[in-house]
Design a protein around this ligand. Sequence first.
Ligand code: ADP
Length: 224
Amino acid sequence: MIKFTDVSKCYANGTEALKDINLEIKDGEFVFIVGASGAGKSTLMKLILREEKPTSGEVEVNGYNLNRLKRRKIPKFRRTLGVVFQDFRLIPTMTVFDNVAFALRVTNVSNRIIRRRVPYVLGLVGLSSKARNYPTQLSGGEQQRVSLARALVNNPSLIIADEPTGNIDPEMSLEIMELLNEINKYGTTVVVVTHEHDLVTKFNQRVLVLKEGEVDSDELDWRP
Ligand code: ADP
């Protein structure tokens, strides 16, 4: 669950990136966030991930009040969500299996569970046959699917995808969005920032439009 109450974000140089945002994303929802460059999408994401704090107002994510979250509790909070980035952020010297396993190893999960969990999520994203490959041996779409598997491996209740199709071709982009939709059907909340209106209109989901730091519209069945 994500809840913003009267949230504003003003950067040190005086830029008002978000102005008095109120929004609620319930467990199990799928929401696209769209808006022109500079509209405040990245700032919104950074507040959700607790990379930035609001100047005023309250942000609550997965039961954590992020305003009051202690620094040492941030890792525990972050494990409740999975993040997919535009540039994949895979480790080039590790195999596909190890890239995904890494997210578990850093939290001291046993090898027995890693051997069961990693093949399972690679299966979900259709990459079972590529477990021993290195990222450079994969297409952009496949690399993004690895990053999706890595986001899923901790079984998070929320997936945040920031321009997940920004670096891949249109056909693969549709595939990634379909996978995110599929994951949502299993009950995971999914929030996707994108500027690809064609993709957004293919899926009948809630679309939150940001404009100059404010919520311009928030509706189902949105058309650009
Ligand atoms: P979007 O992701 O929709 O392109 P951003 O959230 O990146 O929008 O930016 C919103 C506004 O805040 C823009 O005017 C941008 O220049 C400004 N901004 C973003 N990050 C910073 C920062 N770290 N310092 C100052 N201004 C920033």
